[in-house]
Design a binder for this molecule. Structure first.
Ligand code: FMN
Length: 311
């Protein structure tokens, strides 16, 4: 499961694993490193082992400063994690403009210096998640010879550039060229929307070691299980989606502060869940308009019981 900041937190990951098949491991949404050497509970509690009993997790760090990365990574290894992932893919301007995430990709020398300090300083394995570049795929081709010098666990490639964010064409040809050059295990990530797309990609890229799915696990939570089983014979998809929804609602209700946080969280999930259903715009509008949890649940129940049609 790919990391989606604000979405695939431990509540989501555990509840997903309770209701659906097919996900072996999740990379957590990023934790940004801090320069004050302090590990704040607020930032790290999502990856505390006691919160992650249902699905193995690889914690992810966003950082451009080797010293701060090492402190946070070693804290995470001390919690019992073998592998930590470094985020070189985040395209959000407030991250990338500070040469973090995908914004660091053009700065090959900075990445080289970072790895030179981090690799000997950490007490566990390092995985990297990146894009092809910030403005151009030239970035990754300059970077691969550097990455090849270090003992990395794997390299997770989302074959878009940063300025594309999450839309637009995926550059499959560039991914293919990268795979031939990277001496580490390569994980593919991006737009695995259907079992058919997965099948075509797995035939085309038979050297990929693992497959990572993000938004499309939310849009169709049965997808990873269907891919694993090689067939779609899942019964009762709508009642099972409702059970999943209700479990998430209950869990978030017990930890979030007040009705507006709860409604924001649940409405954010519907942005993805709505992809699973035909002609659901009217129901989505009604759900979005609700201002109180009781009214929200009423609209959601009406939708699942009367109007939901699986795509
Ligand atoms: C809302 C949102 C939040 C994301 N947060 C992260 C993150 O914290 N770390 C990361 O490496 N990628 C993050 N991503 C990127 C996803 O992990 C993934 O690379 C991207 O969605 C493409 O895969 P998909 O087509 O399977 O969704 C985020 C994407 C979205 C849409």
């Amino acid at each position: 499961m790919a990391p989606l900041k604000g979405v695939t937190d431990h509540i989501f990951r555990n509840t997903f694993a309770d209701h659906f098949e097919g996900i072996d491991i999740a990379v957590s949404p990023f934790i940004a490193s801090k320069s004050d050497n302090k590990i704040k509970k607020k930032y790290v509690k999502d990856v505390w082992p006691e919160h992650n009993t249902r699905l193995p997790v690889i914690p992810q760090i966003l950082s451009k400063t080797a010293k701060d990365f090492i402190i946070l990574a070693n804290y995470l290894y001390d919690l019992g994690y073998d592998i930590v992932n470094w985020n070189l893919g985040c395209p959000y301007p407030r991250v990338a403009n500070k040469k973090r995430g995908a914004g660091m990709l053009p700065h090959t020398d900075m990445i080289h210096a970072f790895l030179d300090t981090v690799v000997p300083g950490i007490n566990g394995k390092l995985s990297i998640k990146l894009r092809l570049g910030w403005r151009s795929k030239d970035d990754i081709f300059r970077l691969i010879p550097i990455l090849n010098q270090y003992p990395l666990e794997d390299v997770i490639v989302h074959p878009r550039i940063g300025i594309q964010r999450y839309e637009g064409e995926i550059d499959y040809e560039a991914f293919c060229q990268c795979m031939a050059l990277i001496r580490h295990k390569v994980v593919y990530n991006g737009d695995i929307k259907t079992p058919e797309i997965f099948k075509a990609l797995s035939l085309r890229f038979d050297n990929v070691s693992d497959w990572m799915i993000g938004r499309w696990c939310l849009a169709n939570p049965f997808l990873p299980g269907i891919i694993k089983a090689g067939k779609d014979d899942v019964p009762d998809k709508i009642p099972r989606m409702k059970q999943f929804h209700d479990a998430l609602f209950e869990q978030y209700n017990s930890i979030l502060d007040g009705p507006s946080q709860l409604l924001n969280k649940m409405k954010g999930l519907w942005k993805y869940f709505s992809f699973s259903f035909k002609d659901c715009q009217k129901s989505m509008k009604k759900i979005k308009k609700t201002r109180h949890p009781d009214h929200y649940l009423e609209q959601v129940n009406l939708f699942f019981d009367n109007d939901a049609k699986w795509l």
